[in-house]
Design a protein around this ligand. Structure first.
Ligand code: GLN
Length: 246
């Protein structure tokens, strides 16, 4: 097979976790943005959706999960138990994952809701969350180091605290983030990102989309040559979102 033919057949598989129960504030937009950008970078894009009771594909290149109500999280937390070991193994191997809000909480060690219900998480991220009386709602802006300025929207009552093995995803420039106190937002472990940012996150933050794709492409094909993509409209949307009041 020629090099050209091989390049044409390159595919990246996106696994969407629990789209039925965990899909708030446009989180499905993350999946759509990812699929579109994968294609713009010259790959074929495949989508596998995994809901409660479905088997977890182990050959995904990028795993994505969204936010949800506490009630939806209870169902998902039960199902996640059966998938926890496999997801941990994938995370340890450096497979990229993006978990938003409710799924971020469930990728932590534990989520205790405001009603005292305790959900055990998969523990990939060293964070714990406790539901509070006050909701943290509004536009949010982060400094995410090499990923630059990240813009999103948060709405959660869970207060998350990082343990010693968790690195924050970003520091808060505007908004609350993990909790109103410590100025951190989200958590990272290897190539797993957990964050409260909806909005949806990826359509407005191509630096994160490209990061996930770069890691996935290098994992699967050993290299990544990005395409030049015109982000003018995205940059305008970012500025509009940033200028909105909280
Ligand atoms: N139920 C969780 C909370 O309020 C998650 C909410 C969400 O995913 N937006 O903390």
């Amino acid at each position: 097979m020629s090099k050209q033919e091989k390049t044409e057949q390159r595919t990246l598989r996106v696994v969407s976790l629990y789209p039925r129960d965990m899909n708030m504030y446009g989180d499905r937009g993350n999946v759509l943005a990812l699929l579109k950008r994968i294609r713009q970078h010259g790959f074929e894009a495949e989508l596998v959706s995994v809901n409660c009771g479905d088997e977890l594909p182990l050959d995904g290149d990028i795993y994505v999960g969204g936010g949800g109500q506490d009630s939806g999280q209870v169902r998902v937390a039960k199902d996640l138990k059966s998938k926890a070991a496999a997801l941990s193994e994938l995370a340890d191997r450096g497979v990229p994952m993006l978990m938003i809000c409710g799924m971020y909480q469930l990728f932590g060690k534990e989520f205790r809701t405001v009603n005292g219900e305790i959900m055990e998480g998969v523990g990939i991220l060293d964070v714990t969350t406790v539901g509070g009386q006050t909701r943290m709602i509004g536009n949010i802006v982060l400094d995410c180091g090499e990923l630059g300025e990240v813009i999103g929207y948060e709405n959660h009552s869970g207060n998350t605290v990082l343990g010693p093995d968790a690195e924050a995803f970003g520091s808060v420039k505007q908004g609350d983030g993990n909790n109103p106190e410590d100025g951190t937002e989200g958590a990272r472990y290897r190539e797993v990102i957990g964050t409260y940012l909806h909005g949806a996150l990826l359509p407005k933050n191509p630096s994160i989309t490209d990061h996930l794709i770069r890691v996935a492409a290098i994992n699967r094909y050993g290299e990544f040559t990005p395409a030049a993509i015109d982000d003018t409209a995205i940059n305008q949307a970012r500025q509009a979102a940033k200028s909105r009041p909280r």
